[in-house]
Design a protein around this ligand. Sequence first.
Ligand code: NAD
Length: 329
Amino acid sequence: MKNFPSLKGKKIVVTGGAGFIGSNLCEFLISQQAQVRCLDNFATGHRHNIEHLLKDDLFELLEGDIRDLQTCQQACEGVDFVLHQAALGSVPRSIADPITTNAVNVGGFLNMLVAARDQQVKRLVYAASSSTYGDSTALPKVEENIGQPLSPYAITKYVDELYAQNFKLTYNLDTVGLRYFNVFGRKQDPQGAYAAVIPKFVQQFMKHESPQINGDGTYSRDFTYIDNVIQMNMRALTTENTEALNQVYNTAVGDRTTILSMAKDLRSFLAEKDSKIAQVEILHGPNRQGDVPHSLASIEKAQHYMGYVPTHRFQEGLKEAVDWYWEHL
Ligand SMILES: NC(=O)c1ccc[n+]([C@@H]2O[C@H](COP(=O)([O-])OP(=O)(O)OC[C@H]3O[C@@H](n4cnc5c(N)ncnc54)[C@H](O)[C@@H]3O)[C@@H](O)[C@H]2O)c1
């Protein structure tokens, strides 16, 4: 990981800190000797993701819900920065239950903005999403050019961006939005109906079960390893370039991999550990509603304003992720 200005002694709230991305952020911040307050209601996060941090004096767990303004105010008390990760992810989940997704992703986000404003937090960095590009077919995706959202989830993430811009205008709160592109890596949950594709497939291959691709596998994604996401969060938190603030940034690698080739790479990396996995067939099902066919980010803006350079391209990240799952599943 690259060096950043020291965060030692800084107080930072990580919402969704028991989730995949949030717990990786908590862990990294603690390694930098920052003081971390993790706010999570364990809706989709897990205690085991943060268990090892609980005994650290620098770490505090605040179990609570971002839909409750008082909880958000309490979380932001005496804090320098917020890394806002809490949300209900997953396009299909939002199609099944748009009301809860909206309440958490928009209502909860607004509560955190209000709390950050009231408690005079210096900067709030938040998880935005590549789903905001919606039906725009232009590739690569550049931040200023978005289409119509294809799911309730995508709407919530776009509304968050609008609220963040407005809080600068209206209350002078500094924010940075990070449009994550298909993040993967250690601690991502393979379980449940809304599991992300990489951990889900890893688990199936490890059990010698055939994973099923939605569609013919030609859809493509800019799969982004967790360490690149941590780097962007740290850059967004520490940049002293004021022009870099109150903007949104693609958080990606700038490469595109089809779902089928991702599945084949996974199978061959796992087959190095268990040769029987090489024989596991990859199946195909129907396309899934709300999915964007292709996703590829331009990372020029992040490079220009933040000095971001991804440390892991797709296959490097995938190898590390596979090693981690092999040890931990
Ligand atoms: N993983 C990706 O590929 C990806 C892509 C784009 C955007 N994002 C965004 O990044 C963020 C983190 O995603 P993740 O992949 O780590 O998901 P995750 O589900 O592992 O983490 C989300 C965390 O938020 C917590 N949470 C949910 N509702 C809450 C509530 N009401 N109050 C308090 N905590 C709550 C969950 O318990 C969980 O720990 C989310 O905002 C997500 O929308 C993720």
